[in-house]
Design a protein around this ligand. Structure first.
Ligand SMILES: [Zn+2]
Length: 330
């Protein structure tokens, strides 16, 4: 957890730039409410508003005034979409997930250093990816960690190895230099001190091991087009939002080598969600991410758009591979 956070009141704290430490910033977005809660938010959360700022020194976009970590639980209720399995999301997503899993297994298999076959899914939610990897037939040791007790219960119910911990307590469960690959999907944007967390994650990696992840990209067409209706702001849960450039600098600041930062076809889901968010909010309705009957079809329809976007720009999600220095050449 960032030690530089200054408490404002029971609910809010303020931080300086999490990359360079500068306190100078300009607004990067309008002031926005949380739109992604399921059902009606309670007070005082319903009236809370959030605004991303851009650091004038290094360009990092972050929530300078943010919810205190202990108050964030309210926003991570168990309806939160990453806790929902792909089976529950219907036929199209079930089959898309299987296809994506096959590709992911091929990618991950190439990232293990030497004969290490230990994979840590850091911020594993209810174990959805771990379960998909297991169904995909991998014989790796699969470990999940989460900060949410309900999620870890769900991981255990699946018969998977999982621990309730954050980056500060990770080594109570996972030994230093023992992990081959860390899977970090849509997690880095939630971390209160991303550079510090990347350093701690690197400690459990074997030298030459890799962090393979994905995060939203605020330098994407869909972000600029949808503005405040872009689905991936996700206030107040996303604490930092990256461009390929600021992501690279965060990794380097943590002492990692940047192996790749690349576009992702999965960004089609971002187009679908942004369109639904725009439609719902313009009509005064609640927006529930990834939940409508149209959502799978909108996602399919957005795949060609995402292919074009990959050619001319970078996509709304970016994939990254960072490696821990010191291993044998891969
Ligand atoms: Zn900065």
């Amino acid at each position: 957890m960032s030690s530089a956070a200054r408490k404002i009141d029971q609910y809010f704290e303020e931080v300086d730039c999490l990359l360079c430490g500068s306190d100078a910033s300009v607004p990067a977005t309008p002031v926005m409410p949380d739109t992604d809660i399921y059902g009606e938010a309670e007070q005082p959360y319903r009236d809370m508003r959030f605004q991303y700022v851009s650091c004038t020194q290094c360009g990092t976009v972050y929530l300078r005034r943010r919810i205190c970590q202990q108050e964030l639980d309210y926003f991570y209720n168990n309806e939160y979409h990453c806790y929902q399995s792909y089976d529950e999301r219907g036929f199209i997503f079930k089959h898309l997930a299987l296809a994506v899993t096959r590709g992911k297994i091929r990618t991950l298999a190439q990232l293990f250093p030497g004969d290490n076959r230990v994979l840590l899914d850091y911020g594993c939610g209810a174990g959805i990816w771990l379960e998909l990897l297991r169904r995909g037939g991998v014989d790796w040791r699969l470990i999940g960690t989460e900060v949410n007790p309900r999620s870890i219960e769900a991981v255990h119910e699946l018969g998977l190895e999982g621990y309730l911990c954050d980056e500060d307590t990770l080594q109570q469960h996972v030994a230093a230099n023992s992990v081959g690959v860390i899977h970090l999907f849509h997690v880095i944007e939630h971390l209160p001190d991303p550079v510090g967390a990347l350093r701690k994650l690197a400690e459990v990696l074997e030298p030459g091991g890799a962090i393979y992840g994905q995060t939203p990209n605020i330098d994407a067409w869909d972000c600029k087009l949808f503005g405040q209706y872009w689905s991936q702001w996700h206030v107040p849960r996303h604490l930092v939002l990256y461009t390929p450039d600021t992501l690279r600098r965060h990794a380097e600041a943590a002492g990692l080598e940047v192996h790749s930062i690349s576009n992702s076809l999965s960004s089609a889901t971002g187009w679908a969600n942004s369109l639904e968010k725009w439609w719902a909010l313009r009509r005064g309705n609640n927006f529930m991410p990834s939940s409508s009957r149209l959502y799978p079809y909108l996602t399919l329809a957005a795949i060609p758009l995402t292919l074009v976007q990959q050619v001319f720009s970078s996509t709304g999600n970016i994939d990254f591979v960072f490696t821990k220095p010191g291993g044998a050449a891969r």
